[in-house]
Write a protein that binds this ligand. Sequence first.
Ligand SMILES: [Zn+2]
Ligand SMILES: [Zn+2]
Length: 339
Amino acid sequence: MYRYETHLHTSPVSRCAGAGVREQMRFYRELGYDGIFVTNHFLDGNVNIDRNLPYKTKLDFYLSDYFDAKKESENLGIKVFFGVELSHAGTDFLIYGLPPEWYQAHPEIMELGKKEELALMRSEGAFVVQAHPYREAGYIDHIRLYPRSVDAVEVINASRIDFENRLADQYADNYGLLKTGGSDNHHGFASRLAGMECEEPVMTEADYGRLVREGKARVFTLNPDRDSHEWFRREPEGCFTVQLRTNPSTGFDWDWEADHAEGIAEESREYLRKESEPALCGEPSFVKFVFRPSVPGMQSVTFRYRRSWESTPPLRTFNLRFELKQDGRISLPRHDFTE
Ligand SMILES: [Zn+2]
Ligand SMILES: [Zn+2]
């Protein structure tokens, strides 16, 4: 199975996004995704540029994050695809399968009503999805449905509540529309994700629509901080971060031991609580270690979840193998988790 994020925003192009392309790419690469679609708010939406500038100037800016991500794709080990999120007064559409050049050649879309615009795009091969159709917010006057103008409905948007997603699913069923899922990720790390899982790898933007049409792609959801206990990032520069689930109020907590104690230093240790979890007494939280390896070569660190005063075997262990390369890069750590 190949996993894809189909709904993602990046800073600075989307005004509301807090994460840049690299942070987003690293986040999904570490989760094992094959690729991401960069779907920033188009020039009719929350794009971070003066609306009075000429179309070409705005479009160049709009495309800059996508091209930036595309350039880093090989380097960061994750595929990057182009998508667009169109807006009409709070009603949004995800467009896949039209290349950047298409938008360069069609400035007239800015003058079209959404129905005409979507019809034009579909006639030129676009796969059109109505995003979070039942979203309610202060700035949205009313819910608008476009059942005759779209190919699919985003039936799970990880940033929306279940009630809205359930209605979206019924909308798709009622009109016989295809179903997709996406996260609408604006900020990198997210504790709740949705995306599309495909039987074969997506090779091009057009491929994606075909796989959905052929029933070879299905919606999946993922809770990175619940479904996996451990978390890594190769940052900050020269360091890596390990995040583990913990509940220190029970007396249990993580400690660590390296096979070469002199080859690695703990830069910091921080306790975090996920915003998605209620702030209850004794709440589960995370401990975030930042390590700086200093000796090139393969190394391993063993983490143990235990009560420091007990000599019984640890409740959980987590073994991490990583390599510090001669050029300072840290290779993808291998890890085993036992419980
Ligand atoms: Zn946004
Ligand atoms: Zn969005």
